[in-house]
Design a protein around this ligand. Structure first.
Ligand code: KIV
Ligand code: ZN
Length: 559
């Protein structure tokens, strides 16, 4: 820190709450959710959404499962007003969805907001005024606490008086002491209790007190202390829904929300992927999926997160960063070899265990099953020069149906990573298959089998005669050998022409899964007389020929 920093910046005073209880709480249920995408999110866009785009986003939020949606600031602009009117007049709001409108505590704006909600089945009227000493001094020219409290109370009185003006609409009242995050707690409480006193909520007719982390000035634990302190001191607490609205200035919007919930809040306002003023609001997707990952149902459906993200990116013209929790392109991708190995082992164990019934998710490095949010396992493992031996084998297996023997993994992995290293980039699954073929499969130089014939012994089972015509460095040779099976017979044929300087130490074969033409894959490991051990591979419609090709590949790799 620069030595003059303390002159410029000050520590944030902690809350005196020695008997705080939130650190020992465990979240066991989801809060009420309210999306503020169409208001806080939209107002923060370089190019705000058009009415058509807002309608599409509204439908998306409904599909995700939001039951409370702040649709805008209808008193602030005609387009916002018209948007809400279209929602109501065109009957686009499902029965179980409540729209919310934001309005400053100013008379003409409040009256206009009531005109905007008329006819909606249920609407939340959300009034706010700024309360912090900084705002009082700078924005309101040294307004006193009394002045600010009066604004809140008068606003509360007016909305209460206007409720009967919309007889067909069930109105829920909400108050935010804006800039709560740096308001003296006793003053925030005074404003909130003053409003509660005006509204006289009951347990059956609750109001919402929203405590915004308007600007995140401090750490999430202090935010949690503030929420717990307010919860203890609000009057008629059983008639009040305490709501959070955290921004993300310090990058801790999600953490502040989670701790705020532990501190007793009932409701969360936020946006998809964290859009919102400056660094944004908290990302509701992350908070909800974090709860899911602890087995807590949230009522929000992110099972097709990709298509949610696609709509979001199109209508907001923002992009979701690659490392964004859950939604980012790279978050279910392991590059490091040890991670890849561990994930593969975890997935294999899980697949085996599932045969006996449901089992708890336990895969190293993956907090949730990517399939829960519409991601696929195939996309998990990608190969670059940092990857390990298991990664290449995993991709060849999962994506292309080649089950390489375990002891072949290091040889193939090493070659393919050095290729990624040479190119200085990641290899996609098809490039990995192509490189595998180029380097290990059906190699024909310097030795190539141009023709061969197998004659099975009539009396001795398994004994075969191999007659082969080979090209060695361009020269043609005919040879033959007798052995136990085609590979052994071909080895004998090579011996007959003085070309056997190795022994076969392992052999595997299988049908290639998922190939368009039914092919067999074979892998032959040979040991050169000088001690080197190498694997070669062969792929051919005939399993015998695949084996011979694998042997020839291994022979060629020894050269
Ligand atoms: O961040 C904030 O304080 C707000 C209020 C209007 C709730 O958006
Ligand atoms: Zn906000």
């Amino acid at each position: 820190m620069h030595p003059s920093s303390l002159a410029k910046y000050r520590p944030f005073p902690p809350v005196a709450l020695p008997d705080r209880t939130w650190p020992d709480q465990t979240l066991t249920r989801a809060p009420e959710w309210c999306s503020v995408d169409l208001r806080d999110g939209n107002q923060a866009l370089p190019q705000p959404m058009s009415v058509e785009e807002k309608l599409e986003f509204f439908d998306l939020l409904v599909r995700v499962g939001f039951k409370q949606i702040e649709v805008g600031f209808p008193s602030a602009a005609e387009t916002e007003f018209n948007f809400l009117r279209r929602l109501i007049d065109e009957k686009r709001i499902p029965e179980d969805v409540t729209v919310q409108v934001l309005v400053q505590t100013r008379e003409h704006l409040i009256r206009r907001s009531f005109e905007a909600i008329a006819g909606a089945k249920r609407a939340i009227v959300h009034i706010y005024n700024s309360t912090s000493p900084l705002q009082r001094r700078v924005t309101f020219g040294n307004a006193s606490r009394e002045d600010i409290k009066r604004i809140a109370i008068e606003g509360a009185q007016l909305v209460k008086a206007l409720v009967p003006s919309v007889p067909d609409t069930e109105v829920v009242l909400q108050y935010s002491p804006e800039s709560f995050s740096d308001t003296e707690l006793d003053f925030a409480l005074e404003c909130c209790n003053g409003v509660i006193d005006v509204w006289q909520p009951t347990p059956a007719n609750k109001i919402i007190i929203n405590l915004p982390d308007t600007v995140q000035w401090t750490t999430p634990n202090i935010h949690a202390d503030m929420i717990e302190w307010m919860g203890r001191h609000l009057i008629r607490r059983d008639c009040v829904i305490v709501s959070l609205h955290t921004h993300n200035d310090r990058g801790t919007g999600v953490a502040a929300t989670e701790l705020g919930l532990m501190a007793g809040a009932d409701r969360v306002e936020g946006t998809l992927f964290g859009n919102g003023e400056r660094t944004g609001n908290l990302d509701i997707v992350t908070v909800a999926l974090n709860l899911n990952s602890h087995g807590i149902p949230t009522g929000l459906d992110f099972s097709d997160l990709h298509s949610i993200r696609t709509v979001y990116e199109r209508v907001t013209r923002l992009s979701v960063p690659e490392r964004q929790p859950y939604a980012g392109e790279l978050v279910f991708t392991a590059f490091s070899g040890s991670h890849q190995d561990a994930i593969k082992k975890g997935l294999d164990l899980r697949a085996a265990a599932l045969k006996d019934g449901p089992v708890a998710w336990a895969v190293p490095y993956l907090t949730i099953d990517p399939q829960d949010i519409g991601r696929s396992y195939e996309a998990i493992i990608r190969i670059n020069s940092q990857s390990g031996k298991g990664g290449v084998a995993y991709v060849l297996d999962r994506e292309h149906g080649f089950e390489l023997p375990k002891t072949m993994h290091p040889q193939v992995g090493k070659r393919i990573y050095s290729l990624a290293d040479e190119l200085g980039r990641e290899l996609c699954a098809d490039e990995i298959r192509d490189a595998f073929f180029r380097e290990f499969v059906n190699l024909t130089s310097p030795l190539d089998v141009v023709d061969y014939e197998l004659v099975h012994h009539t009396t001795e089972r398994g004994r075969v005669l191999c007659k082969a015509s080979i090209l060695l460095r361009g020269e043609r040779h005919n040879c033959e050998g007798f052995g136990n099976g085609p590979i052994n017979a071909f080895v004998q044929a090579l011996e007959a022409i003085g070309r056997k300087d190795f022994k076969v130490t392992d052999y595997r074969s299988h049908a290639v899964r998922g190939g368009s033409d039914a092919s067999a894959a074979a892998y032959v490991q040979v040991q050169h007389d000088d001690g080197r051990l190498l694997w070669g591979a062969g792929v051919d419609p005939s399993i015998e020929m695949a084996g011979l090709k694998a042997l020839v590949s291994a022979w060629n790799l020894l050269r």
